[in-house]
Design a protein around this ligand. Structure first.
Ligand SMILES: *Cc1c(COP(=O)(O)O)cnc(C)c1O
Length: 376
């Protein structure tokens, strides 16, 4: 058979797997009569802090808000330059803009991640850059040692966007532990994806943790006392209970499944037309996504070939952030280098299904089809 539906994400299988414990969590919160910032949020924050591991987790309404809070905690504000990647969810840059700062873009490397060697040159030439916002894209960790020395040598504020990188490590060290402060997301498609929006700030500093707690809750430091202009961005009790009871306990099993699928893809998709970005041996990706690059001009043909055989794909991301109309029309920003590598991803990247509910038969089908395709 040459047709088998393979979804990019499979929420109905997820519900089959977690539905009962999620419903029990929902009933518990419903019956408790306490729905915002209570013991469920505190319990989930502590559980995630243990498993990450990182000193403090502060639940927020979304990953975007967590990034904005992280930047603002570091004092990033009006007119500050923040060096970041042109290839990410728009949210990475939107957080910089919402903090009032100016995004500054440099090219990515051959894996699609911000090129830290290039960042080093830029920081040496442009002392006004005091802050770096990096993204562990596709779940692949950046070189955390290179990031750490960049931070140290230029005394940078570093925010790590870990929305895609929960569980990913570099030489065993978790992403999110180099920056003074980091952020993640529980948006449904993420590896720890809830049944709605949610996010978290991560930090080992108790001062930054306190400030994040204030900023997510109207800038409140105690009842009716507001010392800063905050947000309303609280993880709610229901999402926290579902995350803590139904999702987080299964994360490591799911991560193992994603890794197994990804290593089969790497070993068995042997197609000279497709490039599988090389992951450094020190990096342990969580395979939030599995990117491949089609030859120039051939992406649509590859995507159509897979779709005709039932295989859904994604594209991360087809338009570079500095080319988005929202920036071009309304914002100050700078592009400091050619963006040749980033453009290569924008034009040629295809994300294959790699979610943890794929069956072996579906994995076989993806491998078989990706293996067979060639340009017309
Ligand atoms: C999903 C995502 C975000 C934003 O998270 P939300 O919870 O959707 O606001 C930020 N950065 C990256 C890289 C993401 O993938």
């Amino acid at each position: 058979m040459d047709f088998l539906t393979v979804e990019l994400n499979d929420f109905s299988r997820q519900w089959d797997s977690i539905g009962e414990s999620a419903a029990a969590a929902f009933r518990r919160v419903g019956g408790s009569g306490w729905y915002v910032l209570g013991s469920e949020v505190a319990g989930f924050e502590a559980a995630l802090a243990r498993s990450w591991p990182i000193g403090h987790v502060i639940g927020t309404g979304t990953g975007l808000d967590a990034l904005e809070i992280a930047l603002r905690c570091l004092g990033v504000g009006a007119g500050d330059l923040v060096l970041t990647t042109p290839l990410s969810s728009f949210a990475s840059t939107l957080a910089v803009l919402r903090a009032g700062a100016i995004p500054v873009f440099a090219d990515v490397d051959r894996c699609g991640l911000l090129d830290l060697a290039l960042c080093r040159k830029i920081c040496a030439q442009e002392p006004r850059i005091r802050c770096l916002l990096v993204v562990h894209l596709y779940g692949c960790p950046l070189d955390l040692e290179a990031l750490e020395s960049l931070k140290r040598d230029f005394q940078l504020n570093v925010v790590e966007d870990c929305a895609q990188s929960i569980g990913a490590t570099w030489k065993g060290r978790a992403t999110g532990t180099v920056g003074q402060i980091s952020a993640t997301s529980f948006y449904p498609t993420k590896n720890l994806g809830s049944l709605g929006d949610g996010g978290a700030v991560l930090t080992s500093s108790s001062d930054l943790a306190d400030r994040s707690r204030a900023l997510r809750d109207y800038g409140r430091t105690s009842k009716y006392v507001h010392d800063e202009i905050g947000l309303n961005s609280r993880l709610d009790e229901c999402q926290a209970a579902i995350l803590g009871d139904a999702l987080l306990p299964r994360l490591s099993e799911w991560a193992g499944r994603r890794r197994a699928i990804a290593s089969r893809y790497r070993a068995e998709i042997r197609n000279r037309w497709l490039e599988l970005p090389e992951i450094p041996p020190q990096a342990s990706s969580n395979f939030h996504l599995f990117p491949v690059l089609a030859p120039p001009g051939e992406r649509d043909s590859f995507v159509r070939f897979l779709k005709a055989r039932g295989i859904m794909t994604g594209c991360h991301y087809p338009r570079l952030i500095p080319e988005q109309r929202a920036l071009v029309r309304y914002c100050d920003f700078q592009v400091l280098t050619e963006l040749d590598q980033a453009k290569r991803f924008a034009e040629n990247e295809v994300s294959l299904p790699v979610h943890h509910f794929l069956t072996d038969e579906e994995v076989d089908h993806v491998i078989g089809c990706a293996h067979r395709w060639s340009p017309a």
